[in-house]
Design a protein around this ligand. Sequence first.
Ligand code: ADE
Length: 252
Amino acid sequence: MSVQPLVVIVMAMEAEAAPLRAALGAAPAEPPVWASSLPARVAIADHAGVDVVLVTNGTDPRTGVDCIGSTAAALATQVALDHARSGLARQPDLVLTVGTAGGWNRAGASIGDVYLAWDRFVCHDRRIDLPGFDAFGRADLPAADLRAHAEALGCRLGIVTTGDSLDESPEDAARIVASGAEVKEMEAAAVAWIGSLHDVPVGAVKAITDLVDSPVTTAEQFSANLATAADALQRTTLALLARLGEEIGADV
Ligand code: ADE
């Protein structure tokens, strides 16, 4: 009996995830018992020959907003991997961190562009000036090689840099220039860290909602472009899953 590939998708905001969840026809699934008091929401789907576990960071009960950022992303990733392993008795073939991001005019990005991560995930706001801890703070975790898919899907490639703020402080800016990153968001390096602990490759699909070096504020651009970016995320992720089904399915 052939086994379909299993891909875990981790998303932070409900507005980013809703179009993809609907297009996948994903059904809600129970989180593991140990995670029952966490906000993470799990859903499962079968799309184009790929089994999908879609986890969202969920809603913060205190403030009522989506739990964006690295802490909730790490927890959600652990919840999804545990659901795959304990609930489905499967080791995922790939984890994808899917969401919106900032880009830069200076790197040639436009609103609505979709990037796949290559070749790594870094952090720009974990500055720890102590031997050894400085490297831990930078993260520098490898991205799964999705370059052929990027070419076929018309996606750009770039290093993804993660921090827990929407704005860019001067210290963040200097670190981002030094790392060569082209995609700024708030979850990917945390997802990649959990993936690395479990030996599962991690890739990223990130749609650009705002240009960090634009005179218009990030918040204004983000609000204006969120729906367009969520639609681009949904279309690109479905197409990527279909290609992964062919690629990984052929190897299984
Ligand atoms: N998500 C969307 N745009 C972002 C930005 N500029 N920084 C961090 N996360 C983002």
